[in-house]
Write a protein that binds this ligand. Structure first.
Ligand code: CA
Length: 229
């Protein structure tokens, strides 16, 4: 985790340098970018492990940039922490829904920033990297590949994490609250229905391979990953 490379996309030099210094103190490598255009070339050339992305940037906004990245196969799973001066609840939900892994509202402490980075890196990369096979499904944590039989299926970052969590804890029922804690893992207010939205997307991705029945609704309790009907 230390020695991970962080891309800092922030147009305000003072904030960028302050973040960079804290990253160095925490033994991270980092690269600066002052705009989305610069960030694009950094992403290709420096292959960062995580991106800190300011919401308010000249030209393309941070939020639009994340949406573009999430449609890009090679960048879909890049962990992103959004830096924002906005704290309206709706903005947070929009950014989380757009595939941001976490967010920090300015002004934030550098301690808080480093803690959040470590948490996100642990969540996306941590744990056992060995492939998991259950029934027809195989998931490779290291390459983020999911196969049903021989066929690979495409999942969004949240659906991937959800499936990873389920496959690490098969045959157990989890409430929506538990799934929010374990898979989203943050303290912001997110509606429980967000879980349902991502469960639906996960099932939809599994459906063409007739594997959607693995994600089961347990009435009044939550969801379960099970190979038994
Ligand atoms: Ca800015």
């Amino acid at each position: 985790m230390s020695n991970s490379t962080i891309l800092v996309v922030e147009d305000e030099t003072a904030i960028r340098d302050m973040i960079g210094m804290s990253l160095e103190q925490a033994n991270f490598r980092w690269f600066p970018a002052a705009s989305v255009e610069e960030a694009r070339s950094r992403l290709v050339n420096d292959a960062p492990d995580l991106m800190l992305l300011d919401w308010m940037l000249p030209g393309t906004s941070g939020l639009d940039f994340v949406r573009q990245l999430r449609r890009d196969e090679s960048m879909r799973d890049l962990p992103v922490i959004m830096l924002t001066a906005r704290d309206a609840e709706e903005d947070m939900i929009r950014s989380l829904e757009s595939g941001v892994d976490d967010y920090l509202t300015k002004p934030f402490s550098t301690r808080e920033l480093i803690a959040r980075i470590k948490t996100v890196l642990r969540r996306v990369g941590g744990g056992d990297q060995a492939p998991i096979t259950i029934g027809p499904l195989t998931l490779e944590p290291s390459s983020h590949r999911v196969r049903v039989g021989e066929e690979e299926i495409a999942l969004g970052p949240t659906e991937f994490r959800l499936l990873l969590f389920f496959m690490r804890h098969p045959e157990r029922v989890f409430s929506r609250e538990q799934l929010l804690d374990q898979v989203w893992g943050r303290n912001v207010y997110i509606d429980n229905r967000t879980v349902d939205v991502h469960i639906r997307r996960l099932r939809k991705a599994l459906e063409p391979r007739q594997a959607e029945g693995l994600i089961q609704t347990v009435r009044g309790a939550g969801y379960r990953f099970s190979t038994q009907l």
